[in-house]
Design a protein around this ligand. Structure first.
Ligand code: SF4
Ligand code: SF4
Length: 357
């Protein structure tokens, strides 16, 4: 720990109290990620899962008992917060149920095309993806596996999750769709939902556009400032997720904490001493093969929103030299936890505390 931190906390009991609250909750959360299925009802352009043939790498476990057994094994190992992805997890509520039965902090990542039942899943966080916003969302995501075009994906997701406080839109911003950000956020707000910003990575051509990203940062900050209750992401996170840069370094493989700690490919990375998420692994749909990390493994262009958030969270020592820096870190941490309906930082918990149903 930075030696300046105890002195800083002694001078600022308000920050000490916030740090203590964040740390006490974070200690209860041990995350892992599971590819719940290789199937999906879409074929989005820019989907790392299909662009990298993850659906072909393993055969998914289909028998009814396999998932409850697997979920129990993970729970016995101390996992409390499974992130269920795919493919499309809402296609298999029974598999989600297996995790809900044994773990308190379940999140699934969905394209929003199907409503996920509330009954029995009231405390399951549902992270809904939007690519670009406006017409770009359908252009990138509106593809059925058959190649048929699908229109109105955001309309469908908004209708399926209207006023549903389990839902958080993971709004993946794109430099070419800056003009759509304000309207897309307003629609999310009017629908009674919230969002976190992410940043689009193009796995097809890998071309980066620094000028476009700088302009996108300005747009994102402006819209976030106008919708503070809807856009959960704070400024330091927005800058980091769009540019990959912070004052203490650049996001990339050498610092990314969201990799499978038991995967042999990472022995050298683990040895470099940069922190990783304790016990974090990513399990393929066969439940026995480890994927390398929480997303594609294409580190050069990766801006995975949860990986960038996690990097900032494990980088607390870089924020402890001044009170304003520590405040930045606390804003990042609290906004991260606000995404999850099962966390005490979520607006549901705040409403319950105020006695509002
Ligand atoms: S919905 Fe998700 S898993 Fe399915 S194609 Fe789109 S990004 Fe990939
Ligand atoms: S692809 Fe992204 S999440 Fe995966 S190891 Fe690389 S930087 Fe981390």
């Amino acid at each position: 720990m930075n030696s300046a931190l105890p002195q800083l906390l002694a001078q600022r009991p308000d920050l000490a109290a916030r740090l203590d609250t964040v740390r006490r909750f974070a200690r209860r959360v041990r995350a892992t990620e599971v590819h719940l299925t290789n199937a999906c009802n879409l074929r989005c352009r820019g989907c790392w899962f299909f662009a990298n043939d993850f659906d072909q790498r393993t055969r998914e476990a289909g028998d009814a008992d396999a998932w409850p057994r697997f979920a129990r094994e993970l729970a016995d190992q101390g996992v409390t917060a499974p992130l269920l992805i795919g493919g499309e997890p809402t296609l298999f509520p029974d598999r989600v149920q297996a995790f809900v039965d044994v773990m308190p902090y379940v999140t699934l990542s969905s394209n929003g095309l199907r409503p996920f039942p509330r009954e029995g899943f009231a405390d399951v966080n549902v992270a809904l993806t939007v690519f670009g916003g406006g017409t770009m969302d359908d252009a990138l995501r509106g593809w059925a596996p058959s190649g048929r075009r699908i229109q109105g994906l955001l309309d469908t997701a908004l209708a399926n999750y209207r006023d549903d406080d389990r839902a958080v839109f993971i709004y993946i911003l794109h430099p070419d769709a800056r003009d759509d950000v304000a309207d897309t956020v307003r629609r999310i707000e009017d629908n009674g939902n919230v969002c976190t910003f992410g940043s689009y990575s193009d796995y097809d051509d890998g071309v980066d556009d620094p000028a476009g990203r700088a302009a996108l940062v300005d747009t994102a900050l402006e819209v976030a400032a106008r919708h503070p209750d809807t856009v959960l992401s704070p400024e330091p996170y927005i800058r980091a997720v769009i540019t990959g840069e912070t004052s203490f370094g650049r996001f990339g493989y050498d610092v990314c904490p969201s990799l499978s700690v038991d995967h042999p490919a990472h022995a050298e990375r683990l040895a470099n001493g940069n922190p990783v998420l304790p016990g974090f692994n990513v399990w393929s749909a066969d439940r026995s093969t480890l994927a390398t990390c929480c997303t594609s493994g294409s580190c050069a262009t990766c801006r995975d929103s949860q990986a960038v958030y996690s990097w900032l969270l494990v980088s607390l020592p870089h924020f402890t030299h001044r009170a304003d820096a520590l405040e930045d870190w606390l804003d990042i941490a609290e906004s991260y936890w606000r995404q999850f309906v099962w966390s005490p930082f979520h607006r549901r918990a705040a409403r319950l505390q105020r006695g509002v149903a």
